[in-house]
Design a protein around this ligand. Structure first.
Ligand code: SAH
Length: 501
């Protein structure tokens, strides 16, 4: 399967590409293709970086072909993810030929080519009824093995819109060739750098000025040059920059399984989001304490959940045992915080009690207020290292408490590579922290200097802010209310004031 993805933004995949990623046994991902496609692949999928060979050197086409063929020969469904479209400056045809020669069946799924993605980002129409009836896609770097150039400069200069791929390294000679071939020096031109990636940038000028501007502003690959009257049709401020978080790159430190609740709203407001999971949520599946409690569920007065993770872990365990929500009918259900209540609602359970603020003490107080717990049994479904405040308060009120550890949070071995790169290169404007452990773990996984430069820190509430303070860091904003929604709104308010357009 040769599929196109990105460019830059993994969300630009087609539904067909997504369908095959979800079924993949192995992914072979190009350097400029978005690695985030991994999130949709089945757990345990084999992921091969086609940018590097096993010795760490830049992989050559032969090695990539052999790798794909070897995997396919072992009966694996191999999904080759190429940046943009596989057949536009993508060597997709060469890979397909190698597969044909090896007798391996394949399909080709088109993707959004960089010219189209960059045009949308910069709001440059590639064609226009009034001034552009033709578009040329050209490479700024022809095959060095070929002696004479294939590009006919005069014909190219006659095209209304010219889009140059792989050209940032040679802008002065590319623009000089177009000028020499008769393209007017005042022709509007733009460079779209890193489209769909953190640090996306658009530089506008004319055919005469653009190479100098790009050099002064330090434009680097990947970038595209667009030349033509259509460039002048783009508004001064393109659409994304008009959104509340337009131009902002936000790093999300939540566990991958929880991140979507934060990533979605940030993206909707125009932010580029970089995911850097600092927590991995692992259900404890050999949970004898939970199994025993489920078997004796009728003996409990309450079952209390302190997080959505706890809800998911318990229901995961019920499902694994062939049970469902009906087993919980005899017991009253308590939850801390609206997210926990929503996770229960997702399982068609309306919590009898939802405590706020988000603390164990508040939950204990609410349960005690809702009916005496003296002499009654209470089951807690929590993380393995949860604080003692909740069970202590319940015991002090005379309850018998069973504290079942149903999930644990682990720190990943390393920070996501793309996230580390974005932090290192200073491309991140905001880092979000949604719990004390996101602070502690990011500090353990990242270089402290990455957190203290121009980047602004956003905290979900006082407990998280205290963890930052202990590390000598000060949040630029603290959410109020202390919810994901509050966090997104706090960042948008602060960004709009400073960097908006
Ligand atoms: N098959 C790809 C092109 C690969 S050639 C496609 O259809 O888009 C690589 C060139 O594509 C880069 O040199 C650059 O010019 C362009 N490109 C790829 N990703 C880009 C991005 N995120 N932003 C701007 N240009 C990009």
């Amino acid at each position: 399967m040769l599929i196109g993805g990105g460019p830059g933004d993994a969300q630009l995949l087609t539904l067909e590409a997504l369908h095959w990623i979800r079924r993949a046994d192995a992914l072979v991902v190009d350097r400029l293709a978005p690695r985030q496609v991994l999130q949709w692949a089945p757990p345990g999928v084999e992921c091969i970086d086609a940018g590097k060979d096993p010795s760490g050197r830049r992989a050559d086409q032969g090695w990539i072909n052999e790798t794909m063929i070897a995997l396919a020969a072992r009966g694996k469904l191999v999904v080759r993810v190429k940046g943009g479209d596989p057949l536009v400056f993508g060597r997709g045809a060469e890979e397909a030929a190698a597969l044909r020669a090896a007798g391996i069946p394949y399909r080709i799924v088109p993707g959004i080519t960089a010219a189209v993605a960059a045009a949308a980002a910069a709001e440059i129409p590639l064609t226009d009824r009034r001034c552009a009836a033709s578009v040329a896609l050209v490479t700024g770097r022809e095959d060095p093995a070929r002696e004479a150039t294939r590009i006919d400069d005069a014909a190219l200069a006659g095209m209304d819109t010219v889009v140059v791929y792989m050209g940032v390294g040679a802008l002065p000679s590319i623009t000089a060739r177009l000028l020499a071939a008769g393209k007017p020096s005042a022709t509007p031109a733009a460079i779209v750098e890193r489209t769909g990636l953190p640090g996306e940038r658009i530089v506008r000028g004319t055919l005469e000025t653009i190479a100098g501007q790009a050099e002064r502003e330090g434009v680097g690959a990947p970038a595209l040059l667009i030349v033509g009257e259509v460039v002048a049709l783009a508004p001064e401020v393109p659409w994304r920059r008009r959104l509340p978080l337009g131009g902002a790159t936000v790093l999300v430190t939540r566990a991958a399984t929880q991140a979507s609740g934060l990533v979605g709203p940030l993206r909707e407001l125009g932010a580029a989001v970089v995911e850097a999971p600092t927590l991995a949520i692992e259900p404890i599946d050999t949970c004898g304490a939970l199994d025993a409690a489920i078997d004796a569920i009728g003996t409990y007065a309450w079952l209390a959940f302190t997080s959505a993770n706890g809800v998911e872990a318990v229901f995961g365990r019920l499902a694994a045992r062939g049970l469902d929500a009906r087993i919980l009918a005899p017991v009253r259900i308590a939850a801390v915080g609206s997210a926990t209540a929503e996770a229960l609602a997702g399982r068609s359970i309306r919590a009898d009690l939802v405590a706020s603020p988000h603390t164990g003490e508040a939950l204990a107080a609410a349960m005690i207020a809702a009916g005496d717990v003296r002499g009654r049994r209470v089951l807690l479904a929590r993380a393995d290292r949860a604080t003692a405040a909740l069970p202590e308060a319940l015991r002090a009120a005379g309850a018998t408490v069973d504290d079942a550890a149903v999930y644990r949070t682990a720190r990943p071995a390393a920070l996501d590579e793309a996230a580390a790169e974005a932090l290192r290169e200073g491309r991140v404007d905001w880092i979000t922290f949604t719990s004390r452990s996101t602070v502690e773990n990011l500090l353990a996984l990242a270089d402290r200097a990455w957190l203290t430069g121009g980047v602004r820190l956003a905290s979900i509430g006082p407990v998280t802010s205290a963890a930052l303070a202990e590390a000598g860091l000060t949040p630029a904003v603290e959410a109020d209310p202390h919810t994901i929604d509050g966090l997104v709104r706090a960042i948008a308010a602060a960004w709009g004031g400073g960097h908006g357009a």
